[in-house]
Structure formats: C-alpha cells, structure tokens
Design a protein around this ligand. Structure first.
Ligand code: NA7
Length: 544
C-alpha cells in the first residue's frame, strides 16, 4: 500500500447527543484523535432541541440511559419513571463533564459537506463556520429524529402570529397563558405537549390528520427503596439489556391471543394497561404484532379505553384509530392526552373530515372554514433516519452523492455503512434495529462496533473499510423480507418514510430485534468483516 498524507484527525464525529458523546469518549480512550461538530450551542442532541412542554422519554429512564459505566450508573439517580427533557439534558451535561468531553466539541457549527479523497484516503469535511478538516473516518451521530418536518400546507410564512415547532422550542420558554393556540399533529410530541398546553392556553385547537394509539404512562416519582434495589442489580441488568429484543427487559409473551378464551385475553390486556408503558399492550401475546385478527383484539381494547376516557362521543370517535392497527405506527405514551379533550378550552379538528387547506395571516383554513389563532405549534414530526444524513452533502468515491446512492432506497449494510462511501459510519442508520428499540442501547452497540472496527484497522495497518454493493443489497432484501412478516408495512408511518412526500417507501428498520442483530454483526466480524472490503477499493457490483 502506498504512503498517503496524514489527515488532521483520525475521526470527525457529527453530533453531540447520546451517540456522539459516547463515540468521542471511546475513540479518545483508544488514542484516536477526534473532533466533534455540533449544531447546538451545547450537548444533548435531541434533548437539547426538543424543549416543548411535556417533553420526556417514553422508554423508562432506567433503560433510557448509558449502560457502559457502572460508576455513572451508581452516581446518577433518576427522579421519575420517565424523566422529563430537562433532567435528561442535565444527565448528558453531567456525562460530558464527567468524561471531560466538551474540549473536543465545536458547538454552534454544522457540518455541511464531506468529500472523499480517494488518493489520500480520507474525508475532507467542511463546516458552516468555513472550517475544513481532514479525517480518516467520519461518524454520523446526527440522530434519527433530528431533521424537522413542516406540514406541507401553503401559507405558513403568511401567518401573523407565532409559529413554533416542537423540535425547536425556544430555550427561554413560551408564555401561552390566555392565548389562542393551535397544535398540528398528534404523534408522540403532540400527545405529550397537548395536555400541558391545554392547562396554560386560553383555548387550544388540535388539528389531527391520523389518530394515534396512546398507552398510559403512569409516570411517577422513583421511590428511594426502589432506586436502591435497582442500583444493586444494575450491573446484571445492563449486561442483559444488551441482548434483548428492544434494549430493555420485558417479559416475553408465551401464548397467542387467538388460542385463549376471550375473558383471559381481556384480563391480560387490562393488566398490561394497568402496568402502562409503550410496549405493554404489544407484549401481551405472541401474535398481536403479526396476526391481523389478534392485532384487532388489542387495537379494539385500546379503542374502548379511549371511549371510556373521552366524554364527548363524537370527539372520542374522532380520536379513535380505525384505519391502522396498534403498533403498526409508533405507539405513544399518554399522560393526560385523551383526558385533555374533556376540558372546555380544548377542541379537536378532524382533518380526515375537514382537510387542511392553508395557513392564513389570521390562522388556519380547513375545508369547513377558517379559525383564528395567536400561536401555531407544529408537532409534525421529522424526516426520520435519513434526513440528518442527507443534510450533509456527502460525495463518496468518484463523486457519488449520497442523495444519488439513495435515490431509490436508503441502502446500508447493517445500518452502519454505505457502499461507495469508504470510512463513513452511520450510528443507527437506515436498516438498523435502532428506531424499534430503546435507541440508547442500540447506539451503544453501534458506537462500540465503530470503535472496535477502527482498532482492528489500525492494528492491521488498514486504511479503509467499505460496504460492498452486493452485501448491502442482500441486507436490504433481508430487512424488507423480515418486515414483510409483520404488520408494520400496513400503515403510513415514518418507519416507512410515508410522512415525507416523495421519500422512497422503504421500511427503515431491522425488525428481528437488537439481540439477533448483535449476533449477526458479531458473525460478520468473526468472518473477517464479511460484506466489507478492507484496505482497497471495493469492487462495484458490475465487477464483483
Ligand atoms: P410523528 O410521530 O411523525 O407525528 C407527527 C404528527 O404530525 C402526526 O400526527 C402526523 O399525522 C402529523 N402531520 C404531519 N404532517 C402533517 C400535515 N401536513 N398535516 C397535518 N398533520 C400532519 O412526530 P412526533 O414528533 O410526534 O414524534 C416523532 C418520534 O419522536 C416519535 O415517534 C417517538 O419516537 C419520538 P400523520 O400520522 O402523518 O397523518
């Protein structure tokens, strides 16, 4: 191998949220020179930006936190079952301080482009601050839900009041008291924000395109005894968590709903409802996520709960999902969402009956007329998984752009690497299990894999690694085939890219779970990085 020039750093990491912070920590620990660029003015990623009222994680905090450091686990105590955004941000700030990470992070700086130099075998990374840094590796730790999506409706700029997006909530907070507020969107963010906004606003009008299923959170403070007990078992829990289906410990269902009598099924659903949690209802029986008839049973249970909570039958019906089954779109967690519609100051506009036509200077026009507002809150979600990756103008080998490589589908080997883009790693990228799991645990896997891979290359004097086109095509076929055994493809969800007009409709996640994904990746490595080309140009499919 010919001698190549030395890059400025071994790695550039994009993003300083859960993924970027841990990536920096591990790379530095292994002696890799690393620069992190972060758009925000501080650490936190998702938890830096999403400061809307009611924002909190909907995976229990005892799982939704790093598992890599027993000392960190012992010294940090979560105050609630599901921590709110300020507490999660404080945790990430604590991690940054504890591991002295900030000195290698450049804040308020966006990476705009990265060009692969095939002769030098490194990336030339450009920022919006005008800086260019060369790096042997680029690690995208830019988040799966970080590129915000506005509603595709004309006139947004004409609105004379204030427009806010849940994912870019002003840091100083917003005083909504007495104001006429509209919320567009009833996914996880809208469902968390609506009850809190309802308490503060003069009036709240919710514009709903598709009703969601929301399970009760039953959020509560953590009791000291409970904390002590959890901490005493954390080392074992953390090890076990890494080899679970969803990155958290759930009891696996044993029976199929369709094999049991209806009373037993109903009692099991009720116990799950009383326990609460995102996956509670879907973990009741083996068939509820895969068999349409079983899914109808669990979906119907939640529909009946909505009818019990919401007083007005017409509003309850509008809030009831009928066109898709529970779990086919991302379920939500309810802390007062359904009950908010019993308040006299809260109204629902069902966009399925009265479609959104335009935003006007005074408010929002739907097919049944115009309503006037002081503030419009967009809870309209994200260009998920691929959005933040495509936001960087990547040019790989021979000038190949990522947008061209993904024009038909977001190809990726294991969610970690893309053919044509040597030495680029994507944490929880497309076709990884990330978005269907407790993402922190999958992030940790990916970050550790990237670090071990870079160590392997360094130990063997290898400068490049690249996915082969054939291997990534086979992985994409495998992922699509697995999702076809589930009910996921039956709904128009962000899992499928269906929320963004023109986005390729491809199921973006590996559905067989984190444990089986980990074992697969371990086999790939043990087999000499099967599907990757190390140290030389990958053969294109035409010549493979
Ligand atoms: P989601 O879950 O994508 O929800 C966005 C919501 O906004 C959803 O109800 C959408 O309706 C609605 N939406 C989007 N575009 C429009 C337009 N043009 N008109 C009307 N309504 C619209 O995003 P969230 O931020 O709530 O949650 C994202 C993830 O964060 C969540 O899944 C968790 O993983 C955490 P639709 O369903 O598309 O008809």
């Amino acid at each position: 191998m010919t001698e190549t020039p030395t890059p400025d750093v071994d790695a550039v990491v994009v993003g300083a949220g859960f993924a970027g912070l841990y990536q920096l920590h591990l790379l530095r620990q292994q002696g890799f020179t690393t620069r992190v660029f972060e758009t925000g003015a501080g650490v936190g990623g998702t938890w830096y930006w999403n400061r809307y009222p009611g924002a909190r994680c909907d995976v229990e905090s005892i799982y939704y936190s790093y598992s890599f450091s027993p000392e960190l686990d012992q010294e940090w105590t979560w105050s609630e079952r599901y921590a709110a955004q300020p507490e999660i941000l404080r945790y990430l700030q604590h991690v940054a301080e504890r591991f002295d990470l900030e000195k290698d992070i450049t804040f308020s700086t966006r990476v705009t482009a990265a060009v692969w130099d095939d002769a030098a075998r490194f990336w030339q990374v450009t920022t919006d601050g005008g800086e260019t840094v060369t790096a042997r590796f680029v690690v995208m730790a830019s988040g799966v839900l970080s590129k915000a999506k506005a509603p595709e409706v004309p006139g947004l700029d004409s609105f004379s009041g204030r427009v806010l997006h849940t994912s870019a909530w002003p840091h100083e907070g917003v005083d909504l008291s007495g104001l006429r507020v509209a919320v567009i969107g009833t996914g996880s963010s809208g469902i968390q924000a609506i009850p809190r906004i309802a308490e503060e606003a003069g009036s709240l009008t919710v514009f709903q395109r598709t009703p969601s299923y929301a399970m009760p959170a039953w959020n509560r403070p953590m009791e000291p005894d409970e904390v002590a007990q959890i901490k005493s078992g954390l080392v074992e829990q953390r090890a076990a968590q890494r080899y679970t289906v969803a990155g958290m410990i759930n009891t696996s269902p044993e029976h199929a709903a369709l094999d049991l009598d209806p009373e037993e099924v109903e009692a099991t659903f009720q116990r799950a409802w009383d326990a609460g949690g995102l996956g509670s209802m879907l973990s009741t029986f083996t068939d509820v996520a895969v068999n349409p008839a079983a899914n109808e049973l669990v979906s119907d249970f939640v529909r009946r709960k909505i009818a019990e909570i919401v007083d007005d039958p017409e509003t309850a019906e509008a809030l009831t999902p009928r066109a898709h089954g529970l779990g086919t779109k991302r379920p939500c967690l309810d802390t007062g969402f359904y009950a908010a519609f019993n308040r006299p100051n809260v109204d629902l506009v069902d966009l399925a009956r009265h479609p959104l036509e335009s935003i006007t200077p005074a408010g929002i026009r739907t097919a049944d007329g115009e309503r006037e507002f002081d503030v419009i809150v967009l809870a309209t979600g994200f260009d998920a998984v691929t959005g933040s990756l495509l936001a960087v103008d990547f040019q790989g080998r021979d000038g190949l752009r990522l947008s061209e490589a993904w024009s038909e589908a977001p190809y990726s080997l294991l969610g970690l690497a893309v053919a044509g883009f040597p030495n680029l790693f994507t944490i929880t990228g497309p076709l990884s299990p990330g978005i269907l799991t407790n993402i922190v645990t999958t992030i940790e896997h990916d970050v550790e894999w990237v670090t071990e891979t870079m160590l392997h290359l360094r130990e063997h004097g290898i400068e490049t690694i690249e996915a082969t086109e054939q291997a990534q095509r086979e992985w994409a076929e495998h992922v699509t085939m697995l999702s076809g055994y589930t009910l996921y493809p039956t709904a128009n969800s962000w899992y499928l890219g269906a929320n963004v007009p023109g986005k390729p409709r491809v199921f973006l996640a590996y559905v067989a779970g984190l444990a089986s994904y980990r074992r697969h990746v371990e086999e790939v490595v043990a087999d000499g990085y099967r599907g990757f080309t190390l140290g030389e140009r990958a053969l294109s499919s035409a010549t493979a």
